[in-house]
Design a protein around this ligand. Structure first.
Ligand SMILES: [Zn+2]
Length: 77
């Protein structure tokens, strides 16, 4: 499945083969992450719970929260 990269508009493969989906590249993903700050990428759970996570769990949770936000955003279109 092809999607438009939200950052640059290029075609990106939306599949497990593309770790940066729905972006076309890591660069675009990082640009978008920076642009959104923490607004839509908030991690679900108790406020402050992220602080007690170890860094790897925190990173995983953040990535999952991001993917959920992306999917919600894609469905709104
Ligand atoms: Zn791109």
């Amino acid at each position: 499945m092809k999607v438009k990269c939200p950052t640059c508009g290029a075609e990106a493969e939306y599949s497990p083969a593309n770790p940066y989906r729905p972006f076309c590249s890591e660069r675009c993903r990082l640009i978008d992450l920076g642009a959104w700050a923490n607004d839509e990428y908030r991690i679900e759970g108790e406020p402050g719970s992220a602080a007690s996570m170890n860094p790897e769990d925190y990173e995983t949770a953040q990535r999952e929260a991001m993917m959920r936000a992306m999917e919600k955003r894609a469905k709104r279109r």
